[in-house]
Design a protein around this ligand. Structure first.
Ligand code: 5GP
Ligand code: ZN
Length: 143
């Protein structure tokens, strides 16, 4: 299937590239939440966060830290988000793994965030469920 980020990696589509090495490429998002909004993209095609091999993930996280510092300094942001959307329900629109670096300004969050509240005992139930899956699959963790 046609992948816009693979096309950018292969030089078939244009992008404002700000950093590149053997494993990743970082370029400006075409529809920024704030100016300077940057995407850090693996050169190899992985559908999402869960399918990136561990070593490559370590590399891209280190690069994202470096690039985020440059983006923040460049636009004189007060802060920034590093996020990855996974699946349609989470807002993923390009199914090629990437981190977003979104510069943030104090005025961006002048509204009250909406949170859910757990029912009594609910927090432990959710934690128990996640803990049991973590325990079942702990062999695949190589941190
Ligand atoms: P996602 O929604 O998958 O988390 O993020 C995909 C991002 O890629 C979106 O923020 C979107 O604006 C950006 N994007 C989509 N197509 C292009 C493109 O052709 N060039 C660039 N630079 N960004 C793109
Ligand atoms: Zn791709």
């Amino acid at each position: 299937m046609e992948c816009i980020f693979c096309n950018i990696v292969e030089g078939k589509s244009e992008a404002e590239v700000i950093f590149e090495d053997d494993n990743l490429i970082a370029f400006l998002d075409i529809q920024p939440i704030n100016y300077g909004h940057t995407l850090v993209v693996t050169k190899k095609h992985y559908d999402n966060f869960l399918t990136v091999p561990s070593e490559e993930l370590t590399h891209i996280i280190n690069a994202t830290q470096f690039i985020a510092g440059a983006v923040k300094r460049s636009v004189n942001a007060d802060g920034f988000n590093v996020i990855t959307n996974n699946g349609n329900s989470a807002g993923q629109t390009v199914y090629h793994f990437h981190f977003h670096i979104i510069p943030r300004f104090n005025a961006d969050f002048n509204f009250k965030p909406r949170f859910k509240n757990y029912a009594t005992g609910g927090m432990k139930e959710y934690a128990d469920s996640i803990r049991s899956i973590v325990s079942k699959y702990k062999d695949i963790y190589n941190g």
